[in-house]
Write a protein that binds this ligand. Structure first.
Ligand code: PMV
Length: 331
């Protein structure tokens, strides 16, 4: 089954109670153990599991309604031009959700992430879109199905359906029905993340291309699944026992290993800027001086610092540009 058929299958014979328009919010998420590599690019099935933390009230709010004619897509109040690749990707994603083949959607998405933070917002956007479509059509889909649907928009979107710590199960099935995300029961109110923005420029190489290149050309990628397995286990233990140093170590080591696999690709994938490396050295110097401070990094030059509430004043003193997020502060 391709993506279109899989989504149609999931929506097959769902009772409908359509409304005029519907809105939903989904948080952004940052992986502590990263997803990098697809075993099936059509269905966004991952090569490994991953584990993230959602960013509380920071994310995307999406409103959808049906309209006659072509889709209309707005991002933060601005129309998204038809010719952009992202517009085409969204229209294609929406195709299997149309109640009639010629029905159009109006999609209006607003992100409330700190504008300068350099976040990938597509995960929150696809999760909010799937939730809003479910409300619009009145399907009443369960959380697992919603997570599977969001995964087919953007892999990491399957984790943005939930708050707190979230694990995406690798799954074994070819149709991907066992590859979905689930929240962990634990909370950690004192946990803080701060974004350190080095650059807001668009990524030179997008995640799908970067993953494929790493898998196909980096010999270091062969070790990645074992690294993920070890880090997932350490993170689950750290979260369960509220062991911050174990959490920080596993997350930072996972991110550094991810970037090492990318550096070994050809052409090399180096998402760091000189300022990224300078910030890493600053974190390591502070840690050598006894400060429990760690970081993680995605496929971009910005650092996300990890620390506990009691260190917040000190961290902000050392990194005046940091934007602090309290992930469990979303009640
Ligand atoms: O979901 P995608 O295709 O945007 O890929 C996300 C990749 C990383 O952000 C680098 C890692 C992750 O697990 O979120």
């Amino acid at each position: 089954m391709n993506r279109y058929e899989t989504i149609r299958f999931l929506l097959h014979e769902r009772p409908e109670t359509r409304t005029e328009s519907a809105e939903a919010f989904a948080p952004a998420n940052i992986a502590l153990c990263k997803y990098w590599g697809k075993r099936d690019p059509e269905l966004n099935l991952p090569a490994t599991g991953s584990l993230s933390i959602s960013l509380g009230h920071l994310g995307a709010t999406t409103r959808v309604s049906l309209r006659e004619g072509a889709d209309e897509i707005f991002l933060n109040g601005e129309p998204l031009p038809d010719a952009t690749p992202f517009h085409q990707r969204l229209v294609e994603f929406l195709n299997p959700f149309r109640p009639e083949a010629d029905a159009g959607f109006r999609v209006d998405t607003h992100n409330n992430l700190p504008t300068a933070a350099g976040f990938a917002t597509s995960a929150a956007g696809f999760a909010a879109l799937v939730l809003a479509l479910d409300r619009l059509m009145g399907w009443g889909l369960d959380a697992r199905t919603l997570s599977i649907l969001a995964r087919m928009g953007s892999g990491s979107a399957c984790r943005s359906l939930f708050h707190g710590f979230v694990e995406w199960h690798i799954g074994k099935r070819e149709d991907g029905m066992d590859s979905y995300a689930e929240p962990l029961p634990e909370t950690w109110p004192a946990l803080r993340m701060a974004t350190l923005t080095v650059s807001n420029a668009a990524k030179p190489v997008g995640s799908t291309e970067g993953m494929n290149r790493t898998r196909d050309t980096s010999v270091l990628y062969r070790a990645w699944p074992d690294k993920v397995a070890a880090d997932l286990q350490a993170l689950r233990t750290a979260i369960h026992t509220q062991d911050f140093e174990l959490l920080g170590r596993a997350a930072e080591s996972n991110a550094m290993s991810l970037h090492a696999t990318m550096l070994g690709a050809w052409p090399p994938l180096c998402y760091w800027q000189p300022e990224s490396l300078a910030a890493m050295h600053k974190v390591w110097a502070l840690r050598a001086a006894g400060v429990p401070l760690y970081f993680t990094m995605d496929a971009g030059p910005n650092l996300k610092l990890l620390f506990l509430q009691e260190e917040q004043a000190m961290v902000c003193g050392h990194f005046p540009g940091a934007d602090v997020i309290a992930p469990f502060d979303h009640a």
